[in-house]
Design a protein around this ligand. Structure first.
Ligand SMILES: *[C@@H]1O[C@H](CO)[C@@H](O)[C@H](O)[C@H]1NC(C)=O
Ligand SMILES: *[C@@H]1O[C@H](CO)[C@@H](O)[C@H](O)[C@H]1NC(C)=O
Length: 304
């Protein structure tokens, strides 16, 4: 099954942030990077849903953004269409913003049952604004009205810990917290997430009998990964694996991963948290997917 894509292009710093509507239908074996296939989900032990619909931004992009256009000039602007994107898993750029698979690839459904899992996000802040402010509806309400039963709503990542923001705003007298993240940015993210969580809990109560709503605490999980990277097998949590400029962040806005000057990734992306300074590596996505499926950073966990 394939649904039409919905492209909204928020005007933030990346032309590539999209709100996408994808269907991940189960195919067995290795995903080939097309829109409707998903990679073999090493992290998904049980068969529970026959389809998954994800509404998200570049964090969850599985290739729709490239399917939506055949204009090479237009696609060429998207750095995710250039190596070394995709080098860890697909062996070529798959139009994912990652060296391999993203979270929904790992959560995605092997096998079949009757139900569908809806995953709402994680959205970048700007995507959120487009939906909530310009469209005047909450996405969850709309979905529930359409009859969705299983809905995961993730909060957003601790933006103050991202190499992109740290490299741009983390110099000199920047106010960093104990973990080394930008306090003000994380404060904003925490505020956003707390409002989101409240809304999710209210919806959980209101639709208790008909809908299973789950809140995924991306902030809590990723922040823990930043604080104690070694527990998760990572080092240098603030250093982009693929980027330019070296130093603590290895991020240069004018030479982002896939652009001239940043065409080679670090030697071992599986030991890194940040792939391109904005998006997590496949290894980090796998950890996140596991936490969504089994907890404790998803309330209740998808597989509970
Ligand atoms: C392709 O995209 C570029 C950049 O947006 C535009 O200038 C050009 O006219 C497009 N070509 C076609 C055939 O639509
Ligand atoms: C939910 O189901 C319970 C038991 O069947 C019922 O008593 C209650 O009124 C229902 N609540 C709503 C909001 O429909």
């Amino acid at each position: 099954m394939k649904l039409p894509s919905l492209y909204l292009r928020p005007s933030l710093l990346m032309a590539s942030l999209v709100i996408q509507l994808i269907t991940v239908v189960v195919a067995s074996g290795g995903g080939s990077g097309t829109t409707s296939s998903t990679a073999a989900a090493a992290a998904a032990p049980t068969k529970k849903y026959n389809a998954m619909f994800t509404f998200g931004d570049s964090m969850d992009e599985t290739g729709n953004i490239c399917v939506g256009s055949s204009n090479k000039t237009e696609l060429n602007v998207l750095t995710c269409t250039h190596p070394p994107y995709g080098e860890t898993y697909f062996g070529r750029p798959s139009c994912r913003w990652c060296d391999g698979r993203v979270v929904v690839d790992f959560v995605g459904c092997k096998g079949y049952v009757r139900k569908s899992l809806f995953m709402f996000g994680a959205y970048g802040g700007n995507d959120y604004n487009v939906q909530l402010l310009e469209r005047g509806l909450t996405p969850e309400q709309k979905l529930i009205a359409l009859g969705a039963v299983h809905v995961v709503v993730p909060g957003i990542f601790p933006t103050g810990c991202l190499p992109i923001f740290l490299s741009l705003f983390g110099d000199g007298d920047a106010d960093l917290d104990d973990a080394g993240c930008l306090k003000a940015y994380n404060l904003l993210t925490k505020y956003h997430n707390s409002m989101l969580r409240k809304q999710v809990e209210a919806l959980q109560r209101r639709h208790r009998n008909s809908t299973r709503l789950m809140y995924a605490d991306y902030y809590g999980l990723v922040y823990q990964m930043v604080q104690e990277p070694h527990k998760f097998g990572f080092s240098a949590p603030f250093e982009a694996c693929c980027g330019a400029g070296g130093g603590k962040y290895n991020f240069d806005l004018s030479a982002r991963c896939g652009m001239d000057g940043a065409t080679v990734a670090c030697r071992d992306s599986s030991a890194r948290l940040s792939w391109d300074g904005i998006h997590p590596t496949e290894a980090a996505n796998k950890v996140i997917a596991g936490a969504l499926l089994r907890g404790p950073y998803c309330t209740p966990p998808i597989l509970s």
